[in-house]
Design a protein around this ligand. Structure first.
Ligand code: GP9
Ligand code: MN
Length: 627
């Protein structure tokens, strides 16, 4: 026994197992705010020990290589999780990690998200090299010593505990990756996710809607409205047969619209346009991990994206009911335009699934004046306009979804694209850089609008604009930014402020007829029906949003950036519990937290939550029924 202890103390097994355990304790504590080291043993080490013990039993020579490799892989994995969490506010699944090449926002800002302390994750390897160089003789693994029974025992314990963990949690819903990992283990969470994915794949949904169980009436009923066919809405067909130009603006948030800094308007051109258009001031993003591409999907389908999977990764080969398809039926030519590579976010699968006639991407725009992922918005919009004139000539009326790009994280504009003179305290901050980026894109949009007016397309079109998602968020936001934003907006910068995106619709000539401002609650899910109503096209399919110019009451589901089951109702924003904080409720009008007994079964909240989950569940089934 004494001999056993002695050899164990000198073994690489003990060194690495201890170091990996410490690392996991550290990571669980930082990443998941779980400060109980026993959880690291029970959930995580129970799993890793299976590999370690198996390696001990199988590998005869060169075990150290195995340990170094395992340690290195885990350190890299944990580091990417830390960086990902600092951006997304939740941790990635195995699936997200395999898609990291697509997550431009994180990659572009990875350097800003890394912290000096992250080096600690690799400290044990450095220490190991030092020990090994100086004491390798004494420290070599005692080959003659028989560890076998001990390793078999560890293997058995590891397998049993991992099995118990999986069995106990496999049927639980994953509302938030980080919360689930906190309560059930990182590694276990991956198996449960995989199990759910497989189950999902093998379930063929006969969408209830197909046999009339899910109807537009039922969807509206859950939101507290009586369904009214569009043809009976006030503005139905007000802009019938016009072209439709929709600008999806990268990272554009509502808090810069109509605002000035140092006496200069941040978005002067959009502000000017507001005088002749309808401004929806109470609209929120609803994207999941597919970011820009999820926003494209939401706009074109009024179906919920999946949350922890980019919808574009799931859509290959499908034929989904969509805005392009409905407009095509009415004689429109439909295109989508974006300056990045077509493969990015799997758009080469997304666009055919949405049914666009054609797409314009990097191949068309080229690399001239590239900022970040692609051509600057100014040139991009310029070229897009040429293409629009052309296809208008050839095909007549058109729908074009135009997706800008330059105002992307990390918002570091080239010198010649910084049009604002910012106060000193904004210089070099995320907030200051963001304002410069928004100002630049607004300038490009202003020119685009002028050109549309010059060539006569302006008056023949409905023009809509919205932000795809927030840009000022996560750990990119430093204390100085929080202070500046509070000062600038006069409010604390909360989840609510962050998710609020502008949605603006203009139909030249109808300024007097359409409302100036609509303050009812809306989300990205509502954009398609709102526009279809103006164009006088009654959808021939189920959709999950509604016409914001008609309905007064709304219920919006959220997932991914906040845990699933978070939602907006007309007055409140409910943010479900995650790994870092308990559920909270925010009064939308005051942007202030309210105390509410949301656990009280008599309260409206549990019921609203159920309703919102039901809507999202129907939406997922609906989407799935097109596989
Ligand atoms: C990538 C661009 C940016 O093509 O649209 O995407 P994002 O990183 O915002 O999802
Ligand atoms: Mn984006």
């Amino acid at each position: 026994m004494k001999e056993f202890g002695k050899k164990l103390l000198r073994s690489s097994f003990l060194y690495f197992t201890l170091m990996i355990t410490l690392k996991i304790i550290l990571v669980r504590s930082i990443l998941l705010t779980d400060h109980n080291p026993l959880h690291s043993l029970w959930f995580e080490m129970s799993f890793l020990i299976i590999f370690i013990a198996a390696a001990e039993l199988i590998i005869k020579k060169g075990k150290i290589i195995f340990y170094i490799a395992l340690d290195l892989i885990l350190s890299l994995l944990f580091m990417s999780m830390l960086v990902y969490e600092r951006y997304f506010g939740t941790i990635p699944t195995y699936y997200d990690l395999s898609q990291l090449n697509q997550v431009g926002s994180v990659n572009e800002s990875a350097m800003m998200l890394l912290k000096p302390m992250d080096v600690l994750l690799f400290a044990d390897l450095l220490l190991f090299i030092v020990i090994w160089l100086f004491a390798r003789k004494k420290w070599s693994y005692p080959a003659r010593f028989n560890f076998k029974p001990f390793m078999f025992a560890l293997l058995g314990v590891g397998l049993v505990i991992s099995f118990i963990n999986f069995q106990m949690s496999k049927n639980d819903m994953i509302y938030d990756n980080a919360l689930f990992a906190k309560e059930n283990g990182f590694f276990n969470a991956q198996f449960v996710q995989y199990f759910h994915d497989e189950e999902e794949k093998n379930t063929i949904y006969a969408f209830e809607g197909k046999n009339q169980n899910v109807t537009q009436e039922k969807i509206e009923d859950l939101k507290g409205n009586e369904f009214v066919p569009m043809k009976d809405h006030q503005f139905f067909g007000a802009a019938k047969d016009r072209n439709l130009i929709i600008l999806q603006v990268e990272s554009l948030q509502d808090f810069v619209i109509g605002k000035s800094i140092n006496g200069q308007e941040i978005t002067p051109n959009i502000n000017k346009w507001l005088k002749d258009s309808t401004y929806f001031g109470n609209v929120y993003q609803q994207i999941g991990s597919g970011n820009t591409s999820d926003a494209e999907f939401l706009m074109n389908t009024s179906i919920y994206p999946l949350g922890n999977k980019a919808i574009s990764e799931e859509i290959e080969g499908m034929k989904v009911p969509s805005l392009p398809r409905m407009l095509k039926d009415k004689g429109y030519y439909t295109v989508t335009m974006h300056a990045d590579d077509i493969e990015y976010w799997n758009r080469d699968a997304l666009y055919p699934a949405l049914g666009f006639n054609d797409h314009y991407s990097k191949d068309y725009y080229g690399e001239k004046d590239t900022v970040g992922f692609g051509q600057s918005d100014e040139l991009f919009l310029n070229h897009s306009l040429e293409a629009l004139e052309d296809l208008n000539q050839k095909h007549g009326k058109f729908y074009s979804h135009v997706i800008t790009l330059t105002s992307h994280t990390p918002f570091k504009m080239p010198e010649d694209k910084r049009g604002l003179t910012l106060p000193d305290k904004y210089q070099g901050t995320l907030t200051g850089n963001y304002m410069q980026a928004a100002h630049y894109t607004d300038m490009a949009i202003g020119k685009f609008f002028e050109q549309l007016k010059e060539d006569g397309l302006w008056d023949k079109s409905v023009i809509a604009l919205y932000g795809d998602h927030s840009g000022v968020h996560g750990k990119l936001l430093e204390d100085v930014d929080k202070k500046l934003l509070k000062e600038f907006t006069g409010q604390r910068y909360s989840f609510l402020s962050r998710f609020n995106i502008p949605f603006i619709v203009g139909a030249p000539g109808l300024e007097q007829k359409l409302p100036k401002q609509v303050d009812t609650l809306g989300g990205q899910i509502d954009m398609m029906p709102t526009l279809l109503n103006l164009l006088g096209v009654e959808p021939d399919t189920i959709y999950f949003g509604h016409d914001l110019m008609h309905y007064k009451s709304n219920l919006l589901g959220m997932r991914y950036y906040v845990a699933t089951s978070s939602f907006f109702n007309d007055n409140l924003f409910y943010v479900a519990k995650n790994s870092r904080f308990d559920a909270r409720i925010v009064d939308i009008e005051k942007n202030k937290r309210v105390e509410s007994s949301f656990d009280d079964p008599n309260d409206a909240f549990p019921k609203e939550k159920e309703k919102v989950l039901k809507i999202m569940n129907w939406s997922d089934q609906y989407f799935d029924s097109f596989r």
